[in-house]
Structure formats: structure tokens, C-alpha cells
Design a protein around this ligand. Structure first.
Ligand code: HEC
Length: 108
């Protein structure tokens, strides 16, 4: 008889395989940070290891993350239809999800 442990191991293996096979579906905060530094850091303070942000009066990503009204889904909607003062950014849905996950991680 195969034991519970065998079952668990098989189950985990299947999970890991599924996750690896669909990288586009798992938002990645590390990737989001790279994207934020690339796309957002000219105006916003997006990270503590960033030297400067041009818009000192703009909300930093830390402020945004701590806003009680913040939600990853709300941010995704916002980024899909960017604020007028932002340049045209051609972010894919996956990139948007990564950035939203990264900003969300700043409130932890
Ligand atoms: C060219 C400058 C510029 C860039 C680049 C930029 N933003 Fe902004 N952002 C602004 C300005 C200006 C505001 C203030 C709101 C307004 O007036 O539209 C703002 C506001 C925001 C807000 C709303 C904050 C709040 O609570 O009011 C969010 C969220 C945001 N930006 C996210 C981002 C993200 C994510 C990126 C990168 C993908 C980005 N921004 C890139 C200029 C910029």
C-alpha cells in the first residue's frame, strides 16, 4: 500500500511542475521591482536602494502600499489605464501584476 507520504510527495511534485509550466500566471515581486525601477522610478520613489526620484511631491510606492485604500486589484486596474501625467507605458498584464505584487509587498 502506498502511504500518505508517497501521496503527499506526488502531490507536491505535481504542484511544482504546474507552477513552473505557467510562469505567466504567478505574479513575481522581484520582477515587479525591476519593472518599477525601469518604468516608474523617474518620478516615484519605488525602492530604498534608489538614489533619487524627480517628483519629490509624488506619493512614493511605500505611501501607496500603506494607503488603506490600496489593493493589488485596484492598482492593476489603475495601471491598465495609466494616469494622464504618466508617459505611455506599454506594460503587459503580467508586468502589471508583477508591479502590483511588488508594491503590495512594501506594506509588509
Ligand atoms: C512621468 C512621471 C511618472 C511616471 C514615470 C510614473 N508616474 Fe505614477 N504618478 C505620477 C503623477 C504626477 C502622479 C500624481 C497623480 C496625478 O496627478 O495623476 C502619479 C500617481 C500615481 C499613483 C496614484 C497614487 C495615489 O494614491 O494618488 C500610482 C498608484 C502610481 N502613480 C503608480 C505608478 C507606477 C506603478 C508607475 C510605473 C509603472 C508610475 N506611477 C510611473 C507620475 C508618474
Amino acid at each position: 500500500m502506498t502511504g500518505w507520504n508517497t501521496l503527499k510527495r506526488t502531490g507536491f511534485a505535481a504542484l511544482i511542475t504546474a507552477a513552473a509550466a505557467s510562469p505567466g500566471f504567478a505574479a513575481n515581486a522581484g520582477q515587479g521591482k525591476e519593472l518599477a525601477l525601469q518604468w516608474c522610478s523617474t518620478c516615484h520613489l519605488v525602492s530604498n536602494d534608489q538614489d533619487t526620484a524627480s517628483g519629490a511631491s509624488l506619493p512614493s510606492f511605500f505611501d501607496i502600499a500603506r494607503d488603506p485604500g490600496f489593493s493589488e486589484d485596484g492598482l492593476k486596474t489603475f495601471l491598465a489605464d495609466p494616469h494622464p501625467k504618466m508617459p505611455n507605458m506599454t506594460l503587459s498584464n503580467g508586468e502589471i501584476a508583477d508591479i502590483a505584487r511588488y508594491i503590495s509587498s512594501l506594506s509588509e
